[in-house]
Design a protein around this ligand. Structure first.
Ligand code: PLP
Length: 371
């Protein structure tokens, strides 16, 4: 197979030419403006993203991990607190929880969706020695957890809900956007995300004005006003004008790109079998950030796809509780579905610019794993 026939896992250079041109114009506008941080592009994107999401407060940040840290701090997570989260989502929530000097309490995931469920969340709460301060619900791979039920359980016990929408921006249930169910939500604009910048970026969004204000203070040194610090957990984490201008160009295309991803995913799902089960719901609650197949023999499946010229990746190979943190190692815990998934998940190419022929090749390859 020639290198030209390989299907890349992702290829950001395939951005639509018209969008590329518009981004060029937007960047030139910022260069000419002489205003590079917290200026008009930032303010406009905050308003436009808020309108899209149905969130009264949007706080644009440097990346999605800062967003998680600030969201946790805003809902009051601090030293010695416990925060429930899953251990199969790349450790971003774990890192943020640890940065707050808090401890993650891990919840296993559903074998069907690989997401937290209300039932598993309840089991964790019932077995816990303490009442956790918060739960981070990660809407993984583009799919939404049953967050409304999780919120009801959490709020009944005084637990704050942070929704991590880094992989689910634009997913909806009953017309309501992911991230608008809990107390506060976070997202990332890392370039490969469904709404990706040309560099790092992130955001918090919420309909709670108090949490929005707190987050806005924390992203800029903890200032109440210029040079006057009145809030803890201050840092510098601001989305710059260049990235805000880029994201303003891309946001109006997000639903169309998500629809194309969903369409590709439907074709993969049709090729799904017991030997290569493609994860994800066939409705608006899923925006196909990643196309993940569960395979019994991952090395063999990976090799077979490579032979057919198809690039793959693994999201994620090491569960959070098995990461080798040099200090404060997570306590041993048994998470059977999470641990098994870490050995069985295999991601295949998923981006809107895949050609129809490429999608057909990946679908046929997935089908061949079950043959
Ligand atoms: C689920 C999830 N949460 C958080 C993050 C962190 O975002 P960032 O890379 O912008 O810090 C990412 C992605 O990178 C992610 O996939």
């Amino acid at each position: 197979m020639s290198p030209a026939d390989r299907i890349p896992f992702n290829d950001l250079s395939r951005m639509e030419p018209a969008v590329k041109r518009e981004i060029g114009t937007a960047i030139q506008r910022v260069v000419d403006s002489g205003w590079y941080v917290l200026g008009p592009e930032h303010d406009a994107f905050e308003a436009e993203l808020g309108a899209y999401l149905g969130a009264s407060e949007v706080v644009l940040l440097g990346n999605g991990t800062d967003a998680l840290e600030i969201a946790l701090a805003a809902v009051g997570v601090g030293t010695g607190d416990t925060v429930v989260t899953v251990a199969n989502a790349g450790a971003y929530a774990t890192i943020a929880i640890r940065q707050m000097d808090a401890t993650p309490l891990y919840c296993d995931v559903s074998p069907e969706t690989l997401l937290m469920t209300p039932e598993l969340f309840t089991t964790v709460l019932d077995a816990a020695q303490v009442v956790p301060k918060a739960v981070v619900v990660t809407h993984l791979y583009g799919g939404m957890a049953r967050v409304d039920e999780i919120v009801a359980i959490a709020h009944a016990r005084g637990i704050a809900v942070v929704e991590d929408c880094a992989q689910s921006l634009g997913a909806q249930v009953d017309g309501r956007q992911a991230g608008t169910f809990g107390d506060i939500a976070t997202t990332s604009f890392y370039p490969t995300k469904n709404l990706g910048a040309l560099g790092d970026g992130g955001a918090i969004f919420t309909n709670n004005a108090e949490l929005g204000t707190l987050a806005r203070r924390m992203r800029q040194y903890g200032w109440a006003s210029k040079y006057s610090i009145e809030f803890d957990h201050g840092r510098n984490s601001r989305l710059d004008e260049m990235q805000a201008a880029v994201l303003r160009v891309k946001l109006p295309h997000l639903d169309r790109w998500n629809a194309r991803r969903r369409d590709i995913h439907a074709q993969y799902r049709a090729a799904s079998s017991a030997a290569a089960r493609v994860v994800g719901a066939p409705d608006a609650s899923f925006i196909a950030h990643l196309a993940v197949a569960v395979v019994a023999d991952r090395p063999a499946a990976k090799a077979a796809l490579a032979e057919l010229g198809i690039s793959t990746d693994v999201h994620y190979p090491i569960p959070d509780h098995q990461q080798r943190f040099p200090t404060r190692r997570p306590a041993p815990v048994s998470l059977p579905v999470t641990e098994r998934a870490a050995t069985e998940v295999l991601s295949v190419p998923m981006f809107p610019e895949l050609s129809d022929a490429e999608v057909e090749r990946v679908s046929a390859a997935l089908a061949s794993l079950g043959a």
